[in-house]
Design a protein around this ligand. Structure first.
Ligand code: FHN
Length: 458
């Protein structure tokens, strides 16, 4: 944060760490599901057997496919894919049940990605679901199904629209450009107000495509638009990617204060230390393939994250007071990728036993463990063990002055009480003391396991 604070007119509209019910729910989710679905699911990152992997940044960016392998007149072909969009296997209730069984407490759904195709019937564009053979409100089906399962819904909305003639990348200069882009800004506002009117159950927006100078220079408009969205939908949650201050600072204003209710910058990466977050609420969004949020037919040759990789990321996120949001990219018929189905099932099996260490759990102010991640809930401390010690001793360092030390322990899913020994091994004589939780030699686990400890007076 800059040493000297400066006058910022277009800074935060809401306070850091809001304490209302919606934000309390947000910081207790732990695990979320992202779904990227749209016209890009039809090609699935290839076309007529030719992979777009080298020609487009990611599967949902396939409209930008260029280079020697790109099909002739590709953009025109892509823009007409809506004529084929008729997902016969789409079942929002089945998606919501899968997310519920996985232990997700919120989900983020792409209402409209950068290609501008709206999955809801919008009165502000003809390029929407009603122009496709499907002709039904997909956003409504998703919002209703997930809400019925008790999963909070956030709407992903891309400001950037590749095919909108009124969209500009650079800041408008001429009178004609200004008129065009102002029309685009009004269109954006109209669609956002429409989403809030149509789907009042939603808890928030997850904005994207806000990096172009046209939007960055519109900080007066975006500041007032955020105020209007919040006035229309009290308790609305908006992430830090929506807008910037008058100096072009995104996510955090020129004084380092967060712009929005949670930090939205952790995408396919995670913070490595609690201090990096500066106490802000945040979420991290993650793909199973290396990149590619939309459906990818072919995963061959890619490192796709394993369930163990994802559990590690989940517990790292929750241990640092963040939510971990795993992305799913259904195919053009509305079916999940088999590899993603498998992971959802395996995550769900683990969460069924260990979910209490995730949902409603927060950062524990303890020296970092070499064995895994601490999460805490009142006087209960959880240690998710990913690196089982060869001596089967889970050594817990607690500050010497602490009046909360492990007094009992068990492994979640296993009734046996574990031995807890105060082993004042004196590693750092002045600061910490140590309690050893003995993991039974005979205890076998093919995945991470969670030691649940009750804390009490030493
Ligand atoms: O360009 C998008 C990308 O397609 C995807 O939607 C991700 C998801 O967080 N956001 C943008 C890249 O930062």
């Amino acid at each position: 944060k800059p040493a000297e604070r400066k006058e910022v007119k277009y800074g935060p509209i809401t306070p850091k760490n809001r304490t209302d019910a919606n934000m309390e729910a947000f910081r207790n989710y732990g695990l979320g599901q992202f779904i990227h679905w749209g016209l890009y699911a039809i090609p699935g990152n290839e076309w007529e057997g030719v992979s777009a992997r080298k020609g487009a940044a990611a599967s949902e960016w396939i409209r930008t496919w260029s280079g020697p392998n790109a099909p002739k007149n590709w953009k025109e072909t892509y823009d007409n894919l809506y004529k084929q969009f008729d997902p016969k296997s789409f079942d929002a209730k089945a998606w919501a049940k899968q997310a519920k069984d996985m232990g997700a407490k919120y989900m983020i759904f792409t209402t409209k990605h950068h290609d501008g195709f709206a999955l809801w019937p919008t009165q502000y564009s003809d390029y929407d679901i009603m122009a496709s053979p499907y002709k039904k409100d997909i956003v409504k089906e998703v919002v209703d199904a997930y809400t019925a399962e008790g999963i909070d819904v956030y709407l992903y909305f891309s400001v950037l629209e590749w095919n909108n003639p009124d969209y500009l990348t650079k800041a408008p200069v001429t009178a004609e450009e200004k008129a065009k882009y102002n029309k685009f800004l009004q269109y954006t506002k109209n669609q956002l107000m429409e989403l809030l009117t149509n789907y009042p159950q939603i808890k928030g927006f997850w904005f994207d495509g806000t990096w172009d100078q046209s939007w960055v220079q519109s900080y007066d408009f975006t500041y007032n638009l955020e105020k209007e969205l919040r006035e229309k939908h009290p308790g609305l949650i908006i992430g830090s990617r929506f807008r910037n201050d008058e100096f072009g600072k995104r996510h955090f204003d020129s004084n380092g204060d967060i712009l929005g209710d949670y930090e939205q910058g952790w995408e396919r990466k995670l913070p490595q230390a609690y201090e990096w977050l500066d106490g802000n609420d945040w979420d991290a969004v993650m793909t199973i393939p290396p990149n590619g949020w939309g459906y990818m037919k072919d995963w061959s040759g890619l490192y796709t994250k394993t369930t163990d990789d994802l559990l590690d990321m989940l517990m790292q996120s929750v241990s640092l007071n963040g939510n971990f949001v795993l992305n799913f990219g259904p195919d053009g018929q509305g079916k999940m990728h088999p590899g993603e189905d498998k992971i959802a099932k395996e995550l769900g099996a683990w969460m069924k036993v260990n979910g209490e260490a995730v949902h409603g759990a927060r950062h524990a102010d303890l020296p970092v463990s070499k064995l895994g991640y601490y999460t805490e809930k009142g006087n209960t401390l959880y240690l998710s063990v990913f690196n089982r010690p060869v001596n089967n001793i889970a050594r817990i360092a607690v500050p010497k002055k602490s009046n909360r030390v492990p007094v009992s322990a068990q492994i979640l899913g296993n009734k046996a009480q574990l031995k807890v020994v105060h082993s004042d091994i004196g590693l750092d004589l002045d600061k910490n003391t140590y309690y050893d939780v003995i993991i039974p030699k005979g205890y076998k686990s093919h995945r991470a396991f969670v030691i649940k400890m009750e804390l009490g007076e030493p």
